[in-house]
Design a binder for this molecule. Structure first.
Ligand code: NAD
Length: 513
């Protein structure tokens, strides 16, 4: 790890607000807009605690304005009345524009979130662009099932936009996840109100500039900044004219949103917390498995819903696996998020870092638990920043909070097992069910594991590999519904059945419903 990390960290990104007050405004009805009461909050660089800019603080008033603009755009068009081909052209332009400004967006995301540029430049921003390109291709290739009845009548199902949809997104993959919802919602012809996470508002703010540049009609994309409870998030969920909410965030927030949306009977989709595991069997490729399991725990400082934050190792190979993991952790380069060499940046904020530290402090009180690496706030990083050492904890009991709760930091716990069933019981023994990696060369064992593990995603001999056509989501308290490919297009649309009767229908005398 680098010993002499020093600031400065340039904050003059061209995408930062250029208006006289330097405020990241809302984007409502095609224009950057201050809050009605001019209130703002700070966007802080978590690497050094410096304020990057202030951000308009929205609430019910701004949500009302944004929903009204979206509703008008939806009723009057032109977006809601465009063909899929026309929408695909626009989505492609948005993706192209993001790629053209990839460096600026990546730097802004790194400044705002603390994640290393190597990730934002190579994953977050290209993937955000690809979300638009992917749905540009897919929206024109949707299948509609149709049936012909015995009486000759034809029954076709068609998909129509919902109207105004609300998107609420977290801070861990800010633009990546906002666009993962925005692209399919737009592809189906909806109008959108996006409420980005308050800790990482800036790339969503900059998206407004892209919408203007590509000529997106006013009111189709609205971005309201603010907090969740008693703020913009809650107002969006409760708004009667919002037809659906697509939410990604914590499990407890999902539960609150489900309750708040119930009176208006909204369609809802939830992508929630996870407690992913890597299971390494003795017959697996130990070297590769241990290296990727370390990455699975540490990528984005462990702030990934799909993080493999638990390592379950067959006892006979556990010493070797722990040795490799420790060596991999020692190679991690903690440093400025804007330094191309950095592999571990800052956590998203000091409050969250303190929560992570609290878990590790608690681990130190459990008899038998050993801190094999890290375990504290690093001495050599800026004190006002949200830093934490990559940490390895071994011999962690299954019933401890360290296994049962989402830590969401660079903390990898290790448990050992003797039998296949023991491993499966351990992996399934939390309230979460999002993802799991299985490392074995035995194809039968891999298949058995895939069948028995209760997670929405099972990776065999890999981690974090996705094809965007496939369904993504969690079982148990990790989510309700699925996103990805056609699944997202289905969520962001209503299905309508059209029956074209045949005149012989009457003569058949059949009146079936
Ligand atoms: P969070 O639940 O605190 O906040 C997410 C969003 O919800 C933010 O925009 C916030 O302002 C808003 N919000 C909070 N309370 C609200 C309320 N009562 N009504 C309406 N909106 C509200 O989550 P976070 O801390 O930003 O993100 C981390 C969490 O997200 C972790 O649990 C992680 O596992 C989860 N996550 C899940 C996935 C997935 O696909 N399953 C992906 C990424 C992150």
């Amino acid at each position: 790890m680098s010993e002499n990390f020093s600031i400065p960290m340039p904050s003059k990104n061209p995408l930062l607000p250029k208006n006289p007050s330097g405020t990241a405004f809302h984007f409502i009805n095609g224009a950057f807009t201050a809050s009605s009461d001019s209130r703002t909050f700070d966007s802080v660089n978590p690497a050094n605690g410096e304020v990057l800019c202030n951000v308009a603080l929205g609430g019910a008033v701004e949500i009302d304005l944004a929903v009204a603009a979206a509703d008008r755009a939806w009723r009057e068009g032109p977006w809601s009345k465009t063909t899929a081909t026309e929408r695909a052209v626009m989505l492609r332009k948005i993706g192209d524009e993001l790629l053209a400004r990839k460096q600026e967006f990546a730097e802004l995301e790194s400044l705002d979130s603390g994640k290393p540029l190597s990730e934002t430049l190579n994953a977050d921003i290209p993937r955000a662009a690809f979300n638009f390109h992917f749905y540009a291709d897919l929206c024109n290739h949707q299948m509609s099932p149709s049936y012909r009845s015995d009486d000759g009548s034809h029954h076709t199902t068609i998909r129509e936009p919902l109207g105004v949809v609300g998107l609420i997104t977290p801070w861990n993959l800010p633009l990546y996840l906002a666009t993962w919802k925005l692209a399919p919602a737009l592809a189906q012809g909806n109008s959108v109100v996006l409420k980005p996470a308050e800790l990482t508002p800036l790339t969503a703010y900059a998206l407004g500039e892209i919408m203007i540049k590509v000529g997106m009609p006013p009111g189709v994309v609205n971005i309201v900044q603010g907090f969740g409870p008693s703020s913009a998030g809650e107002a969006l969920v409760k708004h009667p004219d919002v037809k659906a909410i697509s939410f990604t965030g914590e499990t407890s927030t999902g539960s609150a949103i489900m309750a708040a949306g119930a009176p208006s009977l909204k369609k809802m989709s939830f992508e929630l917390g996870g407690k992913g595991a890597s299971i390494i069997f003795a017959d697996g490729d130990i070297e590769r498995a241990a290296k990727i399991a370390t990455r699975a725990a540490m990528r984005n400082q462990g702030q990934v819903c799909l993080a493999g934050s638990r390592l379950l190792v067959e006892e006979s190979v556990s010493a070797r696996v722990i040795e490799i993991v420790k060596a991999e952790i020692a190679k991690i380069k903690m440093g400025s998020p804007l330094d191309a060499e950095t592999t571990l940046g800052a956590l998203c904020g000091v409050e969250h870092r303190n929560k992570v530290k609290g878990y590790v402090d608690f681990a130190k009180t459990i008899p038998g638990v050993k801190v094999e690496a890290g375990g504290d706030i690093p001495e050599h990083m800026p004190k006002a920043g949200a830093w934490f050492e990559p940490t390895l904890l071994t011999n962690v009991p299954q019933d401890s909070r360290l296994i049962q709760e989402e830590i969401f930091g660079p903390v990898l716990t290790v448990q050992t097992f003797k039998t296949f069933d023991e491993a499966i019981n351990m992996v399934n023994g939390t309230k979460y069910g999002l993802s799991c990696s299985v490392w074995t060369k035995d194809i039968d064992k891999a298949n058995d594991a895939a069948n028995k593990i209760r997670t929405g995603l099972v990776w065999i001999n890999c981690w974090f590999i996705r094809n965007l056509h496939t369904a993504f989501g969690g079982m148990k308290q990790s989510g309700v519904g699925r996103e990805g490919g056609q699944t997202s297009l289905d969520f962001f649309s209503e299905m309508k059945t059209v029956c074209v009767a045949n005149s012989r229908h009457e003569r058949h005398g059949m009146v079936w419903i």
